[in-house]
Design a protein around this ligand. Structure first.
Ligand SMILES: NC(=O)c1ccc[n+]([C@@H]2O[C@H](COP(=O)([O-])OP(=O)(O)OC[C@H]3O[C@@H](n4cnc5c(N)ncnc54)[C@H](O)[C@@H]3O)[C@@H](O)[C@H]2O)c1
Ligand SMILES: O=C(O)C[C@H](O)C(=O)O
Ligand SMILES: [Mg+2]
Length: 586
């Protein structure tokens, strides 16, 4: 790696200010998203970088550019067009992109991320323009190292790798190569919410084929054109990817996103003790949902260990949530057996019971086979959600099924008839897949339900009160987990660190009046991330997977990158990646 020529380098000067040294000249400067500051370049810098004549004469500032960009954005007719516009800005002027998102966080999160990103992913091959991310093909496993190295990054240059194999994108399933966009979206959220430096990250798609026939039959499809490879060849490919990533970027946290349920659990278990590895759908979702649950329970004066919890959709996210809730219950004094008994998990064949076919990660939660003997079932031999709710009287109902509308009026009214403050969490994304919408839930429970949803919803008015709807999306917590891990260079991500993240978010919320939300709002993401990061770094030190930070708040705050143009130095030297500093060179 040592003789790679660099074109520019971001570093911090003696006053802690960011500087970019630029060795390229002319049009090349404007062609790179991290060196193109466009009309904001001063006349001297334009001269020094050979930009004279390549830009209109006026010198502007980032705020003026943002005003112009925001006006252009607002003229666009729909969210997908806005998403594409923002992604093009991302590829043209990355700092302006991040600054625009930061300035309009609440409004633009749903555009760059869930739910709009779901639509963008399904249409990836038709709106593809500029490639971003690393594409690894199962048909060329010997190219993994070359592909991962083609970004010219040295061993100290990458803090975070987000990877997907696209089998379980949101609730929309197998999206083939288009899944690369979820890794880019997640990384944009890491930067917006936790100030992770945009040059110190790598989005990766493992293209192992697709079982999506629509994609396979589309002549314009840009991915590997065959069915999904499974089994040994898949495992070897993933293993090769993990080993290569760890070899090239030994300090990076590996974030797994939107794998199918079986692989998600298996890969987390395989790698969690080998590398610094985090599954967002399992652990990130669990952390944010447990935070919402803890806040709700505190608000209604209850104890977690006394709850009856029904989980509709016992897959990656659902069982991840259950596992973490169980850990917290055990910390509160329940035995494992007692804790397991608090959960009722449903899959596509209804309530999961002993003797049924199930996945290994569901086994601890299988209900006794004879439990439903006395139940008056809607369909013989299968306990549906309706049956479970009317027999169990749950206090908490969680939806991670991707089945829209499955929390029906009947079911919700039945649940609310037996609990004072039902906690109802329809978490499936994107918006169209929610198990119920907040306005219905509030109406059906006459304002008693405590709600959080996976995608954003507008506040709901009821009986003169405004209900702000908490968004229980892992985006509120994974950026802080990543920031904490990076700040203390944790070697592993442990369950204790995830539980600490959940508790930190729960502690930020007070539920006093009807309408109070279960979680902080998305526009408080930077504060939430910093708070989570401090808790995660502390838990990492307690667990012995990192050294304690000397001054946690200051260290973490200082780590957070701000989207402003750095001072420019036109240089002539060529860079080589350094092994030992935190500079970011390309
Ligand atoms: N809010 C968040 O932060 C968040 C995070 C992760 C996932 N999710 C959402 O949760 C949903 C599921 O994601 P996942 O990654 O866990 O997928 P998954 O495929 O791993 O799990 C879905 C589960 O639902 C079950 N299911 C299917 N049909 C059902 C039915 N009719 N009744 C009951 N269960 C049924 C499946 O058996 C499977 O176990 C998606 O819509 C995803 O967007 C939300
Ligand atoms: O991506 C999201 O919006 C949350 C979650 O990771 C999901 O898969 O739905
Ligand atoms: Mg996901």
């Amino acid at each position: 790696m040592s003789d790679i020529t660099r074109q520019f380098r971001y570093r911090t000067d003696e006053n802690g200010k960011e500087v970019v040294e630029i060795a390229i000249r002319g049009k090349q400067v404007l062609d790179r998203p991290m060196t193109n500051f466009s009309t904001a370049y001063s006349l001297e810098t334009r001269q020094a970088l050979g930009l004279t004549g390549l830009l209109p004469p006026a010198v502007t500032t980032l705020p003026i550019q943002l005003k112009r960009l925001y006006t252009q954005l607002q003229r666009l007719p729909n969210d997908l067009d806005k998403h594409v516009f923002l992604m093009q800005l991302h590829d043209r002027n990355e700092i302006a992109f991040h600054a625009l998102v930061a300035e309009h966080l609440d409004e633009l999160m749903p555009i760059i991320y869930t739910p709009t990103i779901g639509e963008a992913i399904t249409q990836f091959s038709s709106w593809f323009t500029v490639p971003r991310g690393v594409f690894l093909s199962i048909d060329e496993p010997d190219q993994i190292e070359a592909a991962m190295s083609s970004t010219n990054q040295g061993p100290d240059d990458i803090d975070l790798v987000v990877v997907t194999d696209s089998e379980g994108i949101l609730g929309i399933g197998d999206q083939g190569v288009g899944g690369v966009r979820i890794t880019i979206g997640k990384l944009a959220v890491y930067t917006a919410a936790a100030g992770i430096h945009p040059l110190r990250v790598l989005p990766v798609v493992l293209d192992v084929g697709t079982d999506n026939l629509e994609l396979l039959n589309d002549p314009g499809y840009l991915g590997v054109r065959h069915a999904r490879v499974r089994g040994e060849r898949y495992d070897e490919f993933v293993d090769q990817f993990v080993k290569t990533t760890h070899k090239l970027f030994p300090k990076a946290m590996l974030h797994w996103e939107d794998f199918g349920a079986s692989n998600a659990h298996a890969l987390l278990n395989r790698y969690r003790d080998e590398v610094c590895s985090f599954n967002d759908d399992i652990q990130g979702t669990a952390a944010i949902v447990v935070a919402a649950v803890l806040a709700g329970i505190k608000g209604s004066g209850q104890r977690l260990k006394n709850q009856r919890i029904v989980v509709h959709g016992a897959g990656t996210a659902g069982i991840g949530i259950v596992d973490l809730l169980k850990d917290v219950m055990m910390q509160q004094g329940l035995s494992e057996e007692e804790a397991n008994a608090r959960f009722y998990c449903l899959g596509s064949r209804g309530l999961i019971r002993e003797g049924m076919k199930m996945r290994d990660f569901q086994e601890p939660y299988a209900r006794p086979a004879d439990e439903i003997e006395d139940w008056d079932l809607t369909e013989p031999g299968r306990a549906t959600l309706k049956d479970v709710v009317s027999n169990v009287h749950p206090t908490i109902l969680i939806g991670t099924s991707g089945r829209p509308g499955s929390f029906t009026e009947d079911i919700v009214r039945e649940m609310a008839a037996h609990v004072d403050r039902p906690i109802i969490l329809p978490l499936s994304n994107p918006t169209t897949l929610h198990e119920a919408v907040p306005s219905d839930l509030i109406q059906w429970t006459d304002g008693r339900a405590m709600i959080a949803t996976g995608s954003p919803f507008k506040p709901v008015q009821h009986n003169g009160a405004e209900f702000r709807i908490a968004q229980a999306n892992n985006a509120l917590v994974f950026p802080g987990i990543g920031l904490g891990v990076i700040a203390c260079r944790a070697s592993r991500v442990t369950d204790h660190m995830i539980a600490a993240a959940a508790q930190a978010v729960a502690d930020m919320t007070e539920i006093n009046a009807a309408g109070d939300a279960l979680l902080p709002s998305m526009d408080a993401m930077r504060t939430v991330s910093a708070t989570v990061a401090v808790a995660v770094a502390k838990a990492a030190a307690d667990e012995g997977v990192a050294e304690p930070l000397e001054n946690p708040l200051q260290d973490i705050w200082a780590q957070m990158w701000q989207p402003v143009y750095p001072r420019v130095e036109a240089v002539t030297n060529q860079y080589t990646p350094k092994g030992k500093n935190k500079d970011t060179a390309k």
